[in-house]
Design a protein around this ligand. Structure first.
Ligand code: UDP
Ligand code: MG
Length: 315
């Protein structure tokens, strides 16, 4: 029988955890698969860990990892993925915004329909602050425009993956993680399930606006070198404008038409700044190469092979 690992990052979730645990066990009971639930306590300062230990006492499917301080959801997800033993592994928020009731359908897609992962996205954002929705939608637009990590608008981290998919995810060993982008980067066959936004069952969101902004910027930096290239483009435009207007001014002067001295200075400064930015752009190219090397991602990820091993991602 297959084992399903459910990874639940928790940061100060005492209010919602009992409800979550109740709902998850109810769904697990209705399924034939075995379960392990890995709660990752991300340095909570409330009773989160005590509650989890309580679950573990009466339920040997419950495992926990408790961080020494708050390291963030990305770290929590990574820890859970590393420790998971399941044939299928699921990432799920503790606040019931990722409905556990979708699990049977997700497992079926992996077991019977030949998918490697099942991803979820909310198609409505009812109940979410308007400003957050606005920024979120534009973030996905920008992200898809500037990177090769295809991201679906409204995509959640809530996802069920098979072992092959999880190993590939873990083979991306970078420290500054942006899992939402990695899902798309590693490839494989993914089925998408849509659902209407569900509001948090209890407790408060852990994301402030600045935290979300940092997260979005981190995502762009991790998956795109377009910001670096912009420096070169800016430099080219600036030096072109500087050069053309300088030449024009010189010609006008030679024809005896008065051109003021400060305009010459301005044009010369523009040209110099432009050239300087082009040179900065060269730095950018080297920086990008170094960054790629340092991230040390696998060069390729094998989907299938009959050479006996899965090489890179079969760690
Ligand atoms: N979370 C975490 N560490 C953090 C922030 C959040 O483990 O530093 C967990 C949190 O407990 C929840 C999930 O990540 O299970 C999603 O957080 P939240 O519901 O606050 O985010 P939102 O749904 O508002 O995006
Ligand atoms: Mg939430």
């Amino acid at each position: 029988m297959s084992l399903v690992s459910v990874i639940v990052p928790c940061y100060n979730e005492e209010e919602v955890l009992p409800i979550f645990y109740g709902e998850l066990t109810r769904v697990a009971k209705s399924m034939k698969e075995d379960f392990e639930v890995i709660f990752v306590d991300d340095g909570s300062s409330d009773k989160t860990l005590t509650l989890i230990k309580g679950f573990a006492k009466t339920d040997n499917r419950v495992k926990y990892i408790s961080f020494s301080r708050n390291f963030g959801k990305e770290a929590a997800m990574y820890a859970g993925l590393e420790k998971s033993l399941g044939d299928f592994v699921c990432l799920m928020d503790a606040d019931l915004q990722d409905p556990p009731s979708l699990l049977p359908e997700m497992v079926k897609a992996l077991e019977e329909e030949g998918y490697d992962s099942v991803a979820t996205r909310r198609v409505t954002r009812k109940g979410e602050p308007k400003l957050r929705t606005f920024f979120a939608n534009n973030f996905y637009r920008v992200m898809n425009g500037v990177s090769d990590a295809r991201m679906m608008s409204g995509a959640r981290d809530y996802r069920l993956m098979n072992r092959k998919f999880v190993n590939a995810l873990l083979s991306l060993s970078e420290k500054e993680r942006f899992t939402k982008g990695m899902f798309g980067w590693i490839g494989f066959k993914t089925k998408w399930i849509d659902f209407d936004n569900v509001e948090r069952a209890a407790g408060k969101t852990k994301w402030s606006f600045t935290k979300l902004f940092d997260y979005a910027m981190g995502g762009i930096v991790a998956f795109s070198s377009v910001p670096l290239k912009l420096i070169t483009y800016f430099g080219i435009c600036l030096s072109a404008v500087g050069f053309i207007s300088l030449i024009t001014s010189i010609i006008l002067r030679l024809c005896g038409i008065y051109v003021s001295g400060w305009l010459f200075v301005l044009e010369a400064v523009g040209l110099m700044l432009g050239v300087q930015n082009i040179l900065f752009g060269f730095y950018g190219v080297y920086l990008e190469n170094i960054y790629t090397e340092v991230k040390n991602r696998p060069i390729y990820i094998i989907g299938e092979t009959n050479t006996g091993d899965m090489i890179d991602n079969d760690k």
